[in-house]
Write a protein that binds this ligand. Structure first.
Ligand code: HCA
Ligand code: CU
Length: 407
């Protein structure tokens, strides 16, 4: 019930965006992506590559369970790193979750055997395709790469596995070679092809072009996996979807190697708000997922993190607070409760008379305009910057939100 009312709250906010605020008019593009978009969460694989992060078997199971309950379509894990990772992998595969469990390995028969040992049904195998990686990381030729790739796909298929083949460093590979290897692995039976921007070097139109180029030579479903080195991971992932990919790789809080990949919360909310995707996800769990990961990893979620950060619904300037009191949508894209977050108001030097009246109402007083104005002046005179902030219970907030009417 609770979840339903939260989402209908979001729906009504979306309608407001549509009918009054015209963002959808500006956001209009000629070719909107059609069809469903799937979410693959790689917190347990890519996320664990984040500096300072490692999960116990118990934590991995708990995260997989929460992600499944949230509603992602696939959960990626790696059994290769250590015996305890293999154990987590085995237990997650056996847990009977609704999401597909993708066991991530190198494109080598000995790694595929480890996945088989974990009773995997879906695997992802990766092999670099850029010349810089072939030369300096793997020391193999392009021809050897094709031989290995096709051999590994055939080996996995002969064991009845479903598989994604990931073209690591695709964004720095020779387009002709990329087309060729994509065709070869598709012919060998790959069920999906992964197109990562491993170094986060692409711009959104670049990711669009990469996906388009591959889309033209194979009709295998495509995944996008965008790193955030230039802060473009979410934008690039969405551009990949516009070009015809249908699955986005995400992690909770955007964790991952170096500065990570596209964050789950941003991708989900952008798909819902901008692309109008009807996704069967429990979006009001987004903040809880983020908090869980913060607790397990000890990596603090930046306050400025979109959707789930502490500042995402914090209002400070007097003019903003005045508007929020009248209509939260004036400065809130999403009602905080719809994503499990909280609205907060900062009081101090930047407060105006509406913030002051709001504060006094919370404290049980019914100030006149003049009195509220005096308190605001007093707060400014202190010259102490921000003095304190409050987040209110739902009931109290409802009571004081319409403060303006009472002034
Ligand atoms: C890695 C590389 C990878 C693979 C992506 C994928 C990348 O760390 O193994 O398998 O979809 O960014 O290229 O994460
Ligand atoms: Cu990656």
């Amino acid at each position: 019930m609770e979840s339903e009312s939260k989402s209908s709250n979001l729906e009504s906010r979306i309608t407001k965006i549509d009918s009054s605020y015209l963002a959808s008019w500006y956001n209009k593009v000629s070719s909107n992506p059609v069809g469903d978009v799937f979410l693959l969460d790689s917190t347990l694989r890519e996320g664990e590559q984040s500096p300072g992060v490692s999960f116990t078997v118990h934590q991995s199971l708990q995260i997989a369970w929460m992600l499944d309950y949230f509603g992602v379509n696939a959960i990626e894990i790696s059994p290769i790193v250590s015996p305890s990772h293999k154990e987590s992998c085995r237990r997650i595969v056996k847990a009977g979750l609704g999401a597909d469990i993708i066991v991530h390995v190198r494109a080598l028969p000995k790694d595929i055997d480890v996945a088989l040992d974990c009773d995997a049904r879906w695997i992802a195998m990766y092999h670099s395709v850029s010349d810089i990686h072939l030369k300096y990381k793997l020391r193999v030729s392009r021809e050897e790469t094709i031989r290995r790739a096709v051999g590994a796909v055939e080996y996995a298929k002969s064991h009845g596995l479903r598989l994604r083949f990931t073209m690591e460093d695709a964004s720095r590979s020779d387009p002709e070679f990329l087309n060729r290897i994509c065709k070869e692995v598709a012919e060998a039976g790959a069920d999906r092809i992964g197109l990562p921007d491993t170094l986060g070097i692409l711009r959104p139109q670049g990711m669009y072009n990469l996906v388009r180029a591959v889309r033209e030579v194979v009709d295998t479903p495509l995944d996008v996996h965008c790193h955030n080195d230039l802060g473009l991971a979410t934008a690039n992932s969405l551009a990949g979807i516009e070009a015809g990919a249908d699955q986005i790789h995400v992690t909770i809080n955007g964790l991952g190697e170096r500065v990570g990949i596209a964050p789950l919360a941003e991708v989900v909310m952008a798909l819902k708000l901008i692309y109008r995707k009807k996704m069967k996800v429990k979006q009001d769990l987004l903040s809880e997922l983020s908090n869980l990961i913060e607790r397990y990893t000890g990596v603090r979620t930046p306050e400025s993190k979109p959707i789930v950060g502490e500042n995402a619904y914090k209002h400070k300037a007097g003019t903003h607070v005045a508007a929020i009191i009248r209509e939260p949508a004036a400065y809130e894209l999403i009602p905080p409760k719809a994503v499990g977050n909280k609205r907060r108001v900062v009081f101090g030097e930047l407060s105006g008379k509406n913030s002051a009246a709001f504060l006094l109402h919370i404290l049980g007083l019914s100030p006149s305009v003049e009195e509220a104005g005096k308190l605001a002046q007093g707060l400014k005179k202190l010259q102490c910057g921000d003095l304190f902030e409050l987040s209110l219970s739902e009931e109290l907030e409802e009571e004081v939100l319409k403060v303006e009417d009472k002034l």
